[in-house]
Design a protein around this ligand. Structure first.
Ligand SMILES: [Zn+2]
Length: 85
């Protein structure tokens, strides 16, 4: 099938084609519908926050709980050091 040369091609590195550029027609942002043409994720601060909230499972790896654990480890270390004296 000949491709219309006026159409901009996506050109993303395609894994299915052994790393050759993708030949799908590109959308407005220069990528095809499979390589980020339709949507590239939330843009606004509110959107990003909403996405993060929607994807939060248990919060064990949030910055706050990581900090908390790190602090606890530090305290345990001090405790052990004091016990050694
Ligand atoms: Zn593509």
């Amino acid at each position: 099938m000949p491709i219309n040369s006026k159409v901009t091609l996506c050109g993303a590195k395609a894994r299915r084609r052994n790393g050759l550029p993708c030949r799908q027609p590109a959308m407005k942002n220069g990528r095809c519908r499979m390589h980020g043409g339709k949507c590239t994720g939330p843009k606004t601060k509110e959107g990003k926050l909403r996405s993060a909230q929607a994807n939060l499972k248990h919060g064990l790896y949030t910055e706050a709980s990581m900090m908390e654990r790190r602090r606890m480890q530090e305290i345990m270390k001090w405790r052990d050091e004091l016990n050694e004296i």
